[in-house]
Design a protein. Structure first.
Lengths: 116, 115
């Protein structure tokens, strides 16, 4: 069964500094990986995905993520953090086999706090 | 395009009652999935519907059920509510991966409180 781990409950970074939110996954075969962000009292917003191709994927709001197959990681990054980036970030994996269909397995989430 | 809409946004119910939540997917999206979000268990998959058929189901008791209509709108029902059913219920829609799309788009959720 597929799983995702987000080892940090919270990440603190100063505005203007680069940020990294970590994610590792476990899945048989080639994974489909996603990052979502959740603001208070809101649903999840899609940021980016890795399906195949380049290991560095770019997404919304200046975020990018690097897929590393050997380390089974998919860390979310941004070169310069904004206070408005403060939110809850979720990494998710989808089983690429047919039986998984659209089911996403989510990590526990990482709270990002960007200080002015 | 309008996003995924969910109604109602907030609900307060009493133990033992039942509740129905509604989800309207993005126009053109035929797959609808439901997730439960709680502080203790995080985000958990409930079920997925496509073309009015349930394709996949998570590890939830039979009190949780759903359906999808011909216009792709979906409802989920929880019967005999328990305190532990208090959660944010999220609906997500997506196009079929065969068309090159894989991501799901989420609605704002329905916050259910069981007292």
């Amino acid at each position: 069964a597929q799983s995702v781990a987000q080892p940090e409950d919270q990440v603190n970074v100063a505005e203007g500094n680069p940020l990294t939110v970590k994610c590792t996954y476990s899945v048989s075969g080639n994974p489909y990986l996603f990052w979502y962000v959740q603001y208070p009292n809101r649903g999840l917003q899609f940021l980016l995905k890795y399906i195949t191709g380049d290991n560095l994927v770019k997404g919304s709001y200046g975020f990018e993520a690097e897929f590393n197959k050997s380390q089974t990681s998919f860390h979310l990054k941004k070169p310069s953090a904004l206070v408005s980036d403060s939110a809850l970030y979720f990494c998710a994996v989808r089983d690429p086999t047919n039986t998984g269909f659209q089911k996403l397995v989510f990590g526990t989430g990482t709270r990002l706090l960007v200080s002015p | 395009k309008a996003g995924v809409t969910q109604t109602p946004r907030y609900l307060i119910k009493t133990r033992g009652q039942q509740v129905t939540l509604s989800c309207s997917p993005i126009s053109g999206h035929r797959s609808v999935s439901w997730y439960q979000q709680t502080p203790g268990q995080g985000l958990q998959f409930l079920f997925e519907y496509f073309s009015e058929t349930q394709r996949n189901k998570g590890n939830f008791p039979g009190r949780f059920s759903g359906r999808q209509f011909s216009n792709s709108r979906s409802e989920m029902n929880v019967s005999t509510l328990e305190l532990g059913d208090s959660a944010l219920y999220l609906c997500a829609s997506s196009q079929e991966p065969g068309q090159g799309f894989y991501e799901q788009y989420f609605g704002p959720g329905t916050r259910l409180t069981v007292t």
